[in-house]
Ligand binder design. Structure first.
Ligand SMILES: CN1c2c(nc(N)[nH]c2=O)NC[C@@H]1CNc1ccc(C(=O)N[C@@H](CCC(=O)N[C@@H](CCC(=O)N[C@@H](CCC(=O)O)C(=O)O)C(=O)O)C(=O)O)cc1
Ligand code: HCS
Ligand code: ZN
Length: 755
């Protein structure tokens, strides 16, 4: 049996690519040095996979920012605004990724969205009416040849045409129908060139197939691949799907065109059933995605062998594979020096997952259940894991219907709160974090290394908070924040402070571009053993007469941005976290904090990819879990929430049902399309759609912000509209933050005079 890897992380085991890219952005290193660093990462990873016995090793899964962006550049999908800058190709690439503000002009970045149900973000390709779709890039060919030079014969990975067209945005009057022929021609050219380079396998990633498909979608898929595969030469073609099952297309004729079909047996709830019920095409190889590319628990070999056995009843042509790209897990547990070995034994990151694939192959092909790796694996899974807390389980069991309902109802609370706070029209605020400058991170790092005392650590943070409050007062913001200086990350921090979580040292996962996260691991039952944010919040409030928001992360986001348990349900874990955050919310209120923001940045992330599962599998417990957090607050305490990536037009009623008093969300990169949905849904929660994009270093002008607010006022009643950036400012530089916030305040003030 052969083994295949869908994709590999690329940020570098020690985040080398992040560091050198950020140096490149600051012009501290040259493009040549950046290229060399990329090449070194690729080579090391290819060789590792080869030495580990992987048969189908991916290439072109590397990226300096994002592979969807790479695909856009490959096919010349470069909008005018970037061409007109007349930059060098690499600078054009980064202008599309990050925006550009300099001598040659001032343009925003491409829109950025969540990659299906993950915390990875892709850049949304734009197709303009006069975009000439053609192959102008060489990346897939270059990387294939580069790997060959290193002695590794790889499987080039391409984003498939169906998913590309589903994700792209048409900015003019053209539609998919107008461009599909050109797309087919361009993909045929890539295929022909890879054929001529003697690629044995070429992988087409089509995760869009796991969503609900219409007849038109199926027809489009069929048309695209009919066209492309007519250029098929000796290379074998793998249709790779992931993040779910492909029930809408399974069993239809188009699948039989492929030499291999990759199916996710981890997230695909119906994958096994589909193969069992409908069989598998005789001349096609099944790439069975058994090793979880998204979570970090070790593979249960007994379960995998059972599954393989079931699949073998239908086909004997099987390649063992990861369920999706390993991009979503960290590099290796070897970098974790502080976690005890009996914890580590339960984890498999990217490198260990590759070893798991190799072991599973050996077990399956040769030694069977006598294999030492199988015996070790059985022992691991038969051990009872410490971490259960009966008091937490009882508390969850005792939750009743009324615990999910805040009284009085929204309208009455809104009246009471307006009378209490007397904020001006268009109140200005920020989302919470202020720039995490070098000194902030150094303070934390020195404390973690025990180079400074806890008192020194806290005093530094308090000094930063006091300065941050003074700065916000000087800028003229209405509702202030403490700046979140004590947090490395809004989820990792709570993971560190709650019982039941484990956290890692180097287990970084790419979130977007050079930005990485270290998701904490939910190991056992979760509880709060002490107040977490009260001291800093109370201190911040003591620095000013203005209102300072308390700042927490919500239970659904904590769950979604952690590595979750697999031995209890997501609902159960979320309710445990919700009870812990509820205690914190009430402690903040008791300590005089009058506005509390509970961020649910990732609420949408684990929304099932198929609509039919939205409520039963997710929203029916995720929304109540949020309500549980704030239902016991007094009417006069204002509860805010914040969500990134406002792709929630379709779940707008559920968002209103969270029963927050105010919600702020990302809107600027998605052209404020959410506003119409708010109006249509009769949204009652007060809203602060972000007026500028914080993922880019560019400073928005006052006119631009007024313009955005003008569009918002066309649909949102003025007494419900808040003014804020898209998201937290932690990734931004200090100077650009101050300028942007000054413009924001000025824009609100100028508008107030005419309202
Ligand atoms: C808001 N978003 C978030 C998402 N997911 C999260 N989990 N958190 C989020 O805030 N998803 C959607 C959006 C956008 N996504 C991101 C993701 C990541 C960032 C970000 O700014 N990440 C930082 C990492 C910040 C961090 O934790 N830094 C540590 C320092 C760690 C470090 O570098 N350690 C060194 C050793 C240092 C020493 O010893 O001196 C090392 O390990 O080598 C800290 O502050 O303590 C990033 O830089 O990538 C933003 C938005
Ligand atoms: N309060 C957080 C939310 C980010 S989604 C922040 O400001 O960084
Ligand atoms: Zn956010």
């Amino acid at each position: 049996m052969k083994i295949s890897v869908v994709g590999y992380p690329r940020i570098g085991a020690d985040r080398e690519l992040k560091h050198i890219s950020e140096q490149f952005f600051k012009k501290d290193v040259t493009a040549t040095e950046l290229m060399a660093a990329g090449a070194a990462i690729r080579k090391e990873q290819w060789l590792f996979q080869k030495e580990s016995g992987v048969d189908l090793i991916p290439s072109n899964d590397f990226s300096f920012y994002d592979t969807v962006l790479d695909t856009a550049v490959l096919f010349n999908l470069v909008p005018h605004r970037y061409r007109e800058l007349e930059l060098e190709p690499l600078d054009t690439y980064f202008a599309m990724a990050r925006g550009y503000q300099g001598k040659k002009g001032d343009v925003k970045a491409l829109s950025m969205k969540k990659w299906f149900n993950t915390n990875y973000h892709y850049l949304v390709p734009e197709i303009e009416d006069d975009t000439h779709i053609t192959v102008t890039g060489t990346k897939p060919f270059d990387e294939f040849l580069e790997a060959r030079q290193a002695g590794v014969h790889t499987k080039p990975v391409l984003l498939g045409p169906f998913t590309l067209l589903k994700l792209a945005r048409f900015t003019g009057s053209k539609t998919v129908d107008d461009v599909k022929e050109d797309i087919v021609t361009a993909y045929r050219e890539v295929l022909t060139r890879l054929n001529s380079l003697d690629a044995t396998w070429i992988q087409y990633d089509e995760p869009a197939l796991v969503r609900d498909l219409t007849e038109d979608d199926l027809y489009l898929f069929h048309e695209l691949y009919d066209g492309i595969l007519s250029a098929k030469g000796s290379s074998k073609i793998l249709l790779q799907t992931y993040f779910g099952d492909i029930r809408d297309i399974y069993g239809t004729a188009p699948l039989q065109k492929f030499d291999g079909v990759g199916i996710d047996f981890v997230e695909g709830s119906q994958s096994l059933e589909l193969v069992a019920a409908k069989g598998f095409p005789e001349d096609t190889i099944l790439f069975a995605g058994l090793v979880n590319g998204k979570n970090i628990w070790r593979n249960d070999y007994e379960k995998s062998l059972y599954l393989l056995g079931k699949l073998q009843e239908k086909t004997t042509s099987i390649v063992l594979s990861t369920s999706c790209s390993l991009l979503h897990v960290p590099y290796s547990v070897k970098a974790e020096t502080k976690l005890p070995s009996d914890y580590i034994a339960h984890f498999a990151f990217a490198q260990e997952k590759i070893c798991e694939l190799a072991e599973l192959r050996d077990i399956f092909d040769n030694a069977g259940r006598e294999h030492p790796a199988f015996i070790r694996n059985r022992q691991l899974f038969s051990q009872k894991r410490e971490g259960s807390n009966p008091a937490v389980q009882d508390r969850v069991g005792a939750i009743s219907g009324k615990d999910y309902i805040r009284e009085p109802a929204f309208v009455e609370r809104e009246r009471i709160q307006k009378a209490r706070f007397h904020f001006p029209l268009l109140p200005t605020t920020t989302i919470g974090s202020f720039p995490q400058t070098f000194d902030v991170r150094r303070n934390r790092s020195q404390f973690k290394k025990e180079l400074i005392s806890e008192e020194q650590y806290k005093d530094f943070n308090k000094k930063k908070i006091a300065d941050c409050i003074a700065l916000q007062e000087e800028i003229g913001l209405d509702i202030l924040v403490h700046g979140e200086y004590e947090r490395n990350d809004m989820v990792e921090y709570f993971g560190e402070c709650l019982d039941g979580f484990l956290f890692t040292e180097k287990a970084w996962v790419q979130s977007y571009g050079t930005r990485c996260v270290k998701p904490p691991i939910i190991w056992g039952d979760v509880s709060r053993t002490r107040p977490i944010t009260v001291e800093y919040s109370v201190f911040a409030q003591s620095c000013t007469d203005k209102t300072v928001k308390g700042m927490l992360t919500g239970p659904v986001t904590i769950l979604n941005w952690s590595f979750p348990r697999e031995d209890i349900s997501l609902k159960e874990s979320t309710l445990q976290i919700a009870l812990a955050i509820r205690d914190e919310v009430l402690d903040l209120e008791r300590n005089g904090i009058s506005i509390i923001q509970v961020d649910e940045a990732a609420l949408r992330e684990k929304l099932p990819l198929r609509k039919s599962d939205w409520f039963t599998e997710y929203l029916d417990w995720a929304i109540p879990a949020f309500r549980l957090v704030h239902s016991n607050l007094k009417a006069e305490t204002q509860l805010h929430t914040h969500m990134c990536y406002s792709e929630f037009s379709d779940i707008i009623r559920s968002i209103d049902d969270m029963d927050a008093d105010v919600i702020t969300f990302e809107a600027s990169r998605s052209d404020l399309t959410i506003l119409t949905a708010l109006k249509d849904a009769g949204f009652r929660t007060e809203v602060g759609p972000g007026v500028y994009d914080i993922h880019s270093p560019r400073v928005p002008s006052v006119a631009e912000i007024k313009n955005a607010l003008g569009s918002m006022l066309a649909t949102v009643p003025v007494e419900k509209l808040w003014v804020n950036p898209d998201c937290g400012l932690k990734t931004r530089g200090t100077e650009e933050t101050i300028s942007s916030l000054r413009h924001l305040v000025q824009a609100a003030r100028e508008l107030r005079t005419v309202l």
